[in-house]
Design a protein around this ligand. Structure first.
Ligand code: BGC
Length: 392
């Protein structure tokens, strides 16, 4: 802390306030080994200021951040695919909101293909994009094209997913991914107690696409809640498949999840009832429920994510136990706010958390997901007329 304090003071003396507007295009380059830590760089508190100065000082050395750019600049948005509702919403909302702010929006989706995403980002750089926002197909495969972007003076923001193993990322806007998994695990437990009598309960576990950095985090978060209950014998994973690699769903492909569920049921549940299934998102959750119906099972307690329209209806009908809402409008609004700050020459806004991405500690602009069950759906969607409309 002393060192930081000294650094802060000497920076104050040596530099004008513009140091602070040269803010954080790179965040910390210290490379901590911890996975997530608090960065506390809000300006009000002294200790936080020291961190902020260090962060911003590092960043100022790295690129010519903070100079701002034209108000009608091109902003590239590179989405991994449009296979779940959240990404379609992001496509529409980014297009509308960036255009409304006067920017030129270049929004593309990569159909789950890494080379396609690399090419799309490449062409955003060629088109003079000042900021490129990326939801990576594979968190680890964009290093070289993003380094090219940085060399061209482009800001790089991760959207919804972490960008891994590169220092060419200025920050990531996302809902807490481990937190999301904890909520899913807890909701599964709560649902079992509420709907399936006394335990022990027979359950199965599903994860998302292994290339997506969120997927192992969702699973880790959920298992932090479920593993102690498995160890205590209150939950029984009848198939014995409890590793992420066994439970993952390649490319978040619902039909692959449905096939896995079909074979889990055929192989393990011919004489048993399945009580609950951990699902990492709504599409996979609906596939699991369909497989259970096809096998003549009573519908188990199934979790989800995204508050997709169809699942909101199923939650309301009592067919899917819960989903987790991570509103796209909040994620897009936060991203656009950062882009406006960069445009105005004010650099990256303050953040509270950073995560090690394998190479550097990346500033994370973290939002809070919320569990939605039939009980609180009306409350959660009170300000979302489209979803509220589905509750009847
Ligand atoms: C997103 C989820 C989405 C999944 C599949 C994840 O990274 O956080 O909202 O369901 O990708 O598209």
């Amino acid at each position: 802390m002393m060192r930081k304090r000294k650094l802060f003071l000497s920076m104050l003396m040596a530099a004008s306030l513009s140091v602070f507007t040269l803010a954080g295009c790179g965040g910390s380059r210290e490379g901590s080994s911890s996975s997530t830590e608090s960065a506390t760089n809000t300006a009000e508190e002294t200790a936080d200021e020291t961190d902020a100065a260090e962060e911003e000082g590092d960043a100022a050395e790295e690129t010519a951040a903070g100079e701002g750019f034209e108000a009608d600049a091109t902003i590239g948005i590179s989405l991994p695919w449009l296979g779940t509702q959240n990404w379609k919403e992001a496509q529409d909302m980014f297009t509308e909101q960036l255009e409304a702010e006067g920017f030129t929006a270049l929004v593309q989706a990569a159909d789950q293909k890494v080379p396609q995403q690399q090419q799309q980002i490449e062409s955003m750089i060629q088109n003079g994009a000042k900021v490129i926002v990326v939801g990576p197909v594979d968190g680890t495969q964009l290093g070289s094209v993003l380094e090219e972007a940085k060399d061209a003076g482009v800001y790089v923001l991760g959207y919804d997913r972490l960008i891994e193993n590169t220092d060419a990322v200025d920050g990531v806007v996302q809902f807490g991914s481990v937190r999301t998994g904890e909520l899913q695990g807890q909701a599964l437990l709560d649902g079992l107690k509420a709907e399936k009598g006394d335990g022990p309960y027979n359950i199965e576990l599903f994860g998302g696409g292994p290339a997506d950095p969120n997927a192992p985090n969702f699973f880790t978060g959920a298992m932090s809640v479920l593993q102690p209950e498995i160890d205590a014998g209150n939950l029984v994973v009848v198939s014995g498949q409890t590793d992420f690699t066994q439970c993952a769903t390649e490319d978040w492909d619902n039909s692959k999840a449905q096939k896995r569920m079909d074979s889990l049921l055929a192989g393990n549940y011919s004489d048993k009832q399945i009580d609950g299934v951990l699902s990492p998102n709504d599409g996979i959750g609906r596939a699991i429920i369909t497989a259970c119906e096809d096998a003549g099972q009573d519908i188990p307690v199934v979790t989800g994510l995204d508050a997709e329209n169809e699942s909101v209806e199923w939650v309301w009908q009592g067919k899917q136990y819960c989903t987790v809402a991570k509103p796209t409008q909040d994620l897009v609004a936060k991203t656009v706010e950062i882009i406006k700050s960069l445009q105005a020459g004010e650099g990256m806004p303050a953040y509270e958390v950073k995560t090690n991405n394998g190479k550097i500690d990346v500033p994370i602009y973290e939002l809070d997901p919320v569990v939605v069950t039939k009980d609180n759906a009306q409350e959660v969607f009170a300000n979302d007329p489209d979803r509220l409309e589905l509750l009847k």
